[in-house]
Design a protein around this ligand. Structure first.
Ligand code: PMP
Ligand code: GLN
Length: 380
């Protein structure tokens, strides 16, 4: 684990706290989730739901997850095909530990969420990365299907796919997903999908799970969680859905990692999945406005902003301001103007190709974003 020291989120949040900077680095909201959900968590503690829940998760939550996935037309048996985990992070790690052998290769899309590389390493596997590419004209960071095809070898066991994508905000479109699905089927690859931002998609775009494509349901572990949909990142309730054989293996790994996760949060998340999707729609529209607000502010401050189609995040090219290294800029920004961001290069194996981009989180109250924008203007 030597290459995997402190995460960039811990580093940037500590720096922001030390300098009093507006923290647009680590992605977490600064307002609470739906009141009804919070009430169920409190009532669950009062009702004594304070001991170990069942290993696969409380039946009430597994049923609610199954009903929720049905919105995409996918059907999972709550008893055998759904596993509740300690956040999506554990679901990702347990999936890799369970399904990948030492020496196997796992394909990641670059830039990738930081836990992926560490979890692949823990599984004793090798990562192969495929970089998103800037589309001419729009600047959207899209999937290079030819590069993905070229990254597949006889040793490729799994593909880990994240859409809506952190850190770029790209939402993979139907054509991109169909190409990924066809390659997985052709090369008999297991897909592990990270869909934690499934509800946070903007401008009328749709989130389409990879598991809905032909031949994919039987080879896909679909991962999501409550943190991003219901503003409760600290509750760490996630889940994995897939065919019983795959989810059974993931469950076997998970039981020796954490055994179970926080009991009183599980009925609360079940309530939210069943009753709070209107609240989530309000969150989505508000985040879309915040995306535009921060995008406008960054543009005025002199950055060249890449399109963000979903998530909490937007990426900005620092070169028009005369900077060349996003990591160096992120280490200086808090002290210099009182704003924290995260360099995109740390999510890659090719830092030189990504040095120019910095990720900013917009999941913050408007007044916080406005303060950050006014400070960012001092850069030009
Ligand atoms: N995947 C992605 C793409 C993320 O951005 C995050 C960050 N929250 C996670 C997984 C981790 O989710 P959780 O907090 O549910 O473990
Ligand atoms: N998912 C959030 C982000 O990408 C926070 C992750 C973390 O702190 N580990 O910023």
């Amino acid at each position: 684990m030597r290459p995997f020291t402190s995460t960039i989120f811990a580093e940037m949040t500590a720096l922001a706290n030390r300098t009093g900077a507006v923290n647009l680095g680590q992605g977490f909201p600064d307002t609470d989730g739906p009141v009804g959900m919070l009430e169920v968590a409190k009532a669950s503690i009062d009702a004594g739901l304070n001991q170990y829940p069942p290993g696969p998760g409380m039946p009430e939550l597994r049923n609610a997850i199954s009903e929720h996935r049905a919105r995409y037309g996918t059907h999972y048996d709550p008893d055998t095909e759904i596993l509740v985990t300690v956040g999506a992070t554990e679901a990702i790690a347990a999936s890799l530990l369970a399904l990948v052998e030492p020496g196997d290769e796992v394909v990641l899309i670059e830039p990738y969420y930081d836990s992926y590389a560490a979890s692949v390493a823990l599984a004793g596997a090798t990562r192969r990365t495929v970089g998103l590419v800037e589309e001419p004209g729009t600047g959207r960071l899209g999937l290079d299907v030819d590069a993905l095809r070229a990254a597949i070898t006889p040793r490729t066991r799994a593909l880990l796919l994240n859409s809506p994508h952190n850190p770029t905000g790209t939402v993979l479109n139907y054509v991109e997903l169909a190409a990924v699905a066809a390659l997985c089927v052709e090369h008999d690859i297991v897909a592990i999908t990270d869909e934690v931002y499934e509800h946070l998609v903007f401008d009328g775009l749709a989130h389409v799970p990879l598991a809905t494509f032909p031949g994919m349901a039987e080879r896909t572990v679909t991962i999501s969680g409550a943190g991003k949909s219901f503003n409760c990142t600290g509750w760490k309730i996630g889940w994995a859905c897939g065919p019983a054989e795959l989810v059974g293996a993931v469950r076997a790994a998970k039981q020796f990692m954490t055994f179970v996760g926080g009991a009183p949060f599980q009925p609360a998340v079940a309530h939210a999945l069943r009753n709070e999707l209107d609240w989530v729609e309000g969150l989505r529209t508000s985040l879309q406005d915040k995306r535009s607000r921060l995008s406008g502010g960054l543009t005025e401050a002199g950055f060249s902003v890449r399109p963000s189609e979903g998530t909490y995040f937007i990426t900005a090219d620092v070169r028009p301001l005369g900077f060349t290294d996003g990591a160096q800029l992120c280490r200086e920004l808090p002290e210099r103007i009182g704003v924290a961001g995260v360099p995109v290069q740390v999510f890659t194996d090719h830092p030189d190709e990504w040095r120019h981009l910095v990720r900013f989180a917009f999941c913050k109250r408007d007044e916080v974003l406005d303060e950050a924008i006014s400070r960012l203007r001092k850069l030009s």
